[in-house]
Design a protein around this ligand. Structure first.
Ligand SMILES: Cc1cc2nc3c(=O)[nH]c(=O)nc-3n(C[C@H](O)[C@H](O)[C@H](O)COP(=O)(O)O)c2cc1C
Length: 175
């Protein structure tokens, strides 16, 4: 069983995190960090979703010894991005992310802002250079997408691809 942490932050598109978790295949123990902004995410604690509070800095996932395999922050606010890129760990989202970085584990950020400021881009470049996956929710137009739901499936599929999670959420080019 692989351990994955999923968190949201105060950017728009929080519902994508819900869809990301709901499409996870079997074999993943999912830890969801409930933030002030996750109120619209409707997840029930089930066999494979363990809830954590953003303020619970003593949660299992705050320690490298717990052995989390991967983490995704969907969406990532510019505030959370800036904190992570400066090793600020003042809540569970930022602490769990800094654990991924120090343990050399996979961290995926989905920054959502439009347009990005030069400071946002600098923060993304810094993180990208140390192996953090910067994967904003950018629309794709080649997978015969006709609805918003299909576009969201496409985004989630692209994130799964980056994390090595198997899926069948969109038609691949050439298929
Ligand atoms: C309606 C609304 C939408 C927002 N959308 C974004 C956004 O898309 N991206 C972003 O970086 N910040 C956005 N913000 C600002 C963040 O919520 C704000 O910077 C907050 O401090 C982020 O906190 P967090 O990083 O701890 O979640 C939005 C704020 C509001 C009220």
């Amino acid at each position: 069983m692989k351990k994955i942490v999923v968190a949201t932050s105060g950017a728009s598109g929080v519902g994508l995190a819900q869809k990301f978790i709901n499409n996870l295949p079997k074999g993943y123990e999912c830890h969801f960090i409930k933030t002030e902004n996750s109120d619209i995410v409707n997840l029930k604690e089930g066999a494979n979703v363990i809830m954590h509070e953003e303020s619970d800095i003593a949660a299992s996932i705050a320690s490298g010894s717990f052995g989390v395999d991967m983490m995704a922050i969907i969406p990532t606010s510019m505030n959370t991005l800036a904190k992570i890129s400066n090793a600020i760990a003042d809540n569970l989202v930022c602490r769990a992310a800094s654990v991924m970085i120090k343990e050399r584990k996979t961290l995926l950020l989905a920054p959502r802002e439009m347009p990005f400021s030069p400071i946002d881009l600098e923060n993304m470049q810094k993180l990208s250079q140390i192996g953090v996956i910067i994967a904003p929710p950018i629309l794709g137009y080649y997978a015969q997408i006709q609805t918003l739901e299909q576009m969201e499936d496409f985004l989630i599929g692209k994130w799964y691809d980056q994390l090595g999670i198997e899926h069948n959420l969109f038609q691949r080019w050439g298929e």
